[in-house]
Design a protein around this ligand. Sequence first.
Ligand code: NAD
Length: 263
Amino acid sequence: MNLKNKVAVITGGASGIGAGVAVELAKLGVKVVLGDMNEEGLNAKVTEIRKNGGEAIAVKTNVSQEADVIKLMDTAMETYGAINIVVPSAGIFRDAFMVNPDRETGKVFKSMSTSQFMDVINVNLLGTFLTIREASIRMIDNKCEGVLFTISSINKEGQLGQLNYSSTKASVALWPKILSGEFHAKNIKGIRVVGIAPGYVETPLLLGMKPEVLESIVKDVTIGRLVKIDEIVSALIFAIQNEAVTGTTLEITGGVISRGLVK
Ligand SMILES: NC(=O)c1ccc[n+]([C@@H]2O[C@H](COP(=O)([O-])OP(=O)(O)OC[C@H]3O[C@@H](n4cnc5c(N)ncnc54)[C@H](O)[C@@H]3O)[C@@H](O)[C@H]2O)c1
């Protein structure tokens, strides 16, 4: 698919991967609609894109709220008349072991709270569902061709302390297979579904970690460093341009050695 004059809706567009995708797509002539809860960050990205000569608008959006996502998609259609590329990059983690027994007594003194579990489900899973569903309805009804992405993670394989996060990322890694099959079954043409599973990427989400945690993460990356945002962005652009890529999740990880899990 040619990128020029296409329309992309990107959630989590104020920071990290979403912001990187938005800036690069806009440089290639894509009109971008950015959704995020962080209004200040959104406005800064829109200003940056316009300064580079690109077209962009921002819509303050909480992806776990249906009405917000509907407004985001309606604004995209009203402003640019199409939706062709959808990148649900809004995501959070709230890491904790499910249960923590005290070393001396052996009794559980702390456990993952229901809100720690549900907050991650609501943003990463429900948010992705609402974004993709509302975009699909408008793409089908308005005969827009394009690509729906899901943003998974290397931790779709399972990660200690991420029962919540890994569950969401394993789930959305399956969606390209399910949804491209459903579209085929319903004779919906021209909409591909592709998952992107990044490894450990140099974004605020990761750089906010304690230095010793970050160091131990990098030790397990075979390329010896974090993945760069640009490396995720170029995989996304490759998937948009190559029309044979659909129904699959691409891993862009730098080769991560996993440990601690029972295999
Ligand atoms: N950074 C990594 O190493 C890495 C690895 C694998 C997967 N991912 C995934 O990539 C995606 C982007 O991560 P990132 O590293 O760019 O993170 P980031 O923290 O830099 O950006 C995430 C953005 O999502 C926004 N957001 C959070 N909750 C929201 C909500 N309810 N509604 C709307 N916006 C909301 C935040 O304001 C932020 O701007 C996430 O889904 C993350 O799980 C990241």
